[in-house]
Design a protein. Structure first.
Length: 339
């Protein structure tokens, strides 16, 4: 069944049916209703390629993810799944493309190959060459995260600086005097990974403001690194009684290390951080944390990108989210020695 048959049965021209399907020109309510009734009766489904050609769009969004050589964390996978789900509500497909190292060729093909209508970038560096490249192109894009000087960029992010400060103040209010930040991998930190840089600056500033002794440890995104990281903390700074973490992949190792050291949470050691809520619930005991709203961030990123695609000249917009800290069971008052 084709558009010509639909037009014939609805008593309208082929172009009117095309306009009703694509939305490129207005069609009266009565005409649109008649066309839709015929379509429903015939069970017509427009060919995706033909529809894309008629609309001048691919109806596909690009999602740029970390390189395949680096295993995605649960939080990153959550973002990917949430972007795909958000795009599906708008009848859009998602094309995944890794970037970094040899994978930059894949990213370049996405930028130049007219494969997608727009791009969403994940894992943003303070000075990100991918953002520079997209600014040079005519391809609309939105970032999950933001560069140091976002200018006219469109982006969605969590306010890591504000959230980490609140975590430090929470620990200080509980009486902790020696605290540590468990950050991301040394490679990411050295590359200028935005959340890690902002979290570190905020952590050290808040610790100084409250008169705390603050330390920073970098961990790879894996449980083994969390275990080794805590052993480093316990050996180098045995006086530390609380940690703030932004590394959700290292959490299981941190939990095992605390158990191995015979430290009870939160009686002996408190843990808090900026973590996806479902991962916070998996920690034992459940983690007091600012819950990263992955689904909301993905939905906003897709909506902003669609807005930018529809109106390339629109005023740039962004969303900086500051979710509340959910008080669970992993933080408690500092237990003073009894004499």
């Amino acid at each position: 069944m084709n558009i010509g048959e639909i037009a014939k049965r609805a008593g309208v021209s082929r172009s009117t049916v095309s306009y009703a399907l694509s939305g490129k020109r207005p069609v009266s309510t009565a005409t649109a209703r008649r066309i839709n009734e015929v379509i429903a009766e015939l069970g017509y489904r427009p060919n995706a390629s033909a529809r894309a050609l008629a609309e001048g769009r691919t109806r596909t969004l690009g999602l740029v993810i970390p390189p395949a050589s680096r295993r995605l964390t649960n939080a990153q996978l959550g973002f990917v799944a949430s972007v795909v789900e958000a795009a599906a509500t708008h009848d859009l497909d998602v094309l995944l493309s890794p970037s970094g190292g040899d994978h930059d060729r894949s990213f370049e093909r996405m930028v130049t190959g007219r494969r997608v209508d727009g791009v969403i970038l994940m894992e943003i560096l303070l000075d990100d060459p991918r953002v520079v490249r997209l600014r040079q192109s005519a391809l609309p894009f939105v970032t999950i995260g933001h560069v140091e000087h976002p200018g006219a960029s469109w982006w969605v992010d969590v306010d890591y600086a504000a959230l980490v400060r609140r975590c430090v103040h929470h620990l200080a209010d509980l009486g902790h005097e020696h605290v540590v930040l468990v950050s991301r991998s040394p490679e990411l930190v050295a590359a200028g990974y935005g959340p890690a840089a902002r979290a570190t600056d905020a952590f050290l500033a808040a610790a100084a403001q409250r008169g705390l002794s603050g330390h920073v440890v970098c961990c790879a995104d894996e449980p083994a690194a969390g275990l080794a990281g805590f052993e480093e903390i316990h050996t180098t700074w045995p006086e530390v009684t609380a940690a703030v973490t932004i590394n959700e992949a290292a959490l299981p190792g941190l939990e095992r290390a605390l158990h191995r050291a015979g430290l009870d949470v939160p009686s002996d050691f408190s843990v808090t951080g900026v973590i996806a809520d479902r991962l916070a619930e998996d920690f034992h005991p459940p983690l007091t944390a600012a819950d990263v709203p992955a689904e909301e961030m993905a939905r906003l990123a897709v909506e902003l990108l669609m807005e930018r695609i529809a109106d390339p000249g629109a005023t740039p917009r962004h969303a900086l989210l500051e979710p509340p800290i959910s008080l669970r069971s992993s933080t408690g008052a500092l237990r003073r020695p009894q004499f």
